[in-house]
Design a binder for this molecule. Structure first.
Ligand SMILES: Nc1nc(=O)c2c([nH]1)NC[C@@H]1CN(c3ccc(C(=O)N[C@@H](CCC(=O)O)C(=O)O)cc3)C=[N+]21
Length: 297
């Protein structure tokens, strides 16, 4: 069996097209242009790459992009003052503070300072709580993108057994909550789980978000399982060059799975598309306008 490849890049292009249409509709009918502010503290090269591509996509769909690059030694009070300014700015509909933050900054404190209605990452405790209780929330972009692809490839998810490997606040936990809301039977496993292969072998859906390259082996999978690989790991090859690999051993998995996301070109592009979709949704909500269907959860 050769797995269907879940083309996240193509999927994201469709979603971005829909986001762009709604942005243009908002401009024409309301004279409103949604705006997304991205805050980057420090000079981490990988973070700079993501921030640049987020800014590009934001402008491509016709929204305003505001970028704030702060030095690595920025004081917590300075960062909180910027967030307060963005909270109060009506032209800013979404605020994303790029994680991880430098050591001396309290991540939870900073994230929880964002106005929950502008928290397009869905990381604020009030959005996490809304999601966990099945209420309308800003949903974290990576799990939201995974859910959209799962719905497309599996149809109705009710009753399926999903194994989420990883328990982070930004992927594993919200992914498990979303799948529960879809009536999946959800197992949350992680790096310390005993007999992990046995759990994975029972899964109709595997979401790998452990952050360890090639951690999930092909032979662990049940034949025909749908595999979503959230990992983005840069590894050194023998010849000194680097390449991106996921948390799943793709080459082995593709012969056993029914469908699988590649890395790159899988979950990553969907994450950015969902961020922009969340920003449009936030803009609609703040102006009491009907929310575009199908754009978010
Ligand atoms: N507050 C916050 N929100 C985030 O959403 C957030 C963050 N902090 N910190 C960093 C991570 C990382 N992240 C990625 C998004 C897209 C790709 C992506 O599109 N990757 C391409 C490949 C890119 C490459 O070649 O390096 C792909 O998978 O095809 C990757 C990584 C969002 N993050």
């Amino acid at each position: 069996m050769t797995a269907r490849i879940i083309d996240g890049k193509a999927f994201a292009a469709v979603l971005l097209e829909s986001v762009a249409e709604h942005v243009s509709h908002l401009k024409q009918t309301q004279g409103i242009t949604p705006g997304l502010a991205v805050v980057l503290v420090g000079e981490d090269p990988a973070s700079q790459v993501y921030v640049r591509s987020k800014g590009q996509r934001t402008v491509e769909v016709g929204m305003h992009s505001y970028e704030y690059r702060l030095p690595a030694d920025t004081l917590e009070a300075e960062l909180l003052a910027l967030i307060e300014q963005l909270n109060l700015d009506p032209s800013v509909n979404g605020i994303l503070v790029q994680l991880p933050l430098p050591q001396h900054l309290d991540e939870a404190l900073v994230i929880n300072a964002i106005d929950p209605s502008k928290d397009v990452d869905g990381f604020h405790i009030s959005n996490a709580g809304l999601l966990a209780t099945g209420q309308r929330a800003m949903v974290p972009c990576t799990p939201l993108g995974c859910l959209m692809m799962l719905r497309e490839y599996c149809g109705n998810l009710a009753g399926l057994h999903a194994v989420v490997i990883g328990r982070s606040n930004i992927v594993g936990k919200p992914m498990a909550q979303l799948l529960l809301n879809e009536s999946c039977t959800v197992t949350v496993a992680h790096s310390r789980t005993r007999n992990l292969p046995d759990f994975v072998n029972g899964a109709d859906i595997v979401v790998a978000a452990v952050g360890r390259p090639l951690f999930v082996k092909g032979e662990w999978l049940k034949t025909g399982a749908t595999v979503i690989d959230v990992g983005i790991n840069r590894i050194e090859q023998g010849d000194g060059t680097t390449r991106l690999v996921g948390d799943v051993d793709y080459d082995a998995a593709k012969d056993i799975a029914g469908a699988i996301t590649p890395v790159p070109g899988g979950v990553g592009p969907m994450t950015i598309a969902c961020l922009l979709a969340n920003t449009v949704a936030a803009c609609c909500r703040v102006h009491f306008l009907p929310e575009p269907a199908g754009l978010t959860a």
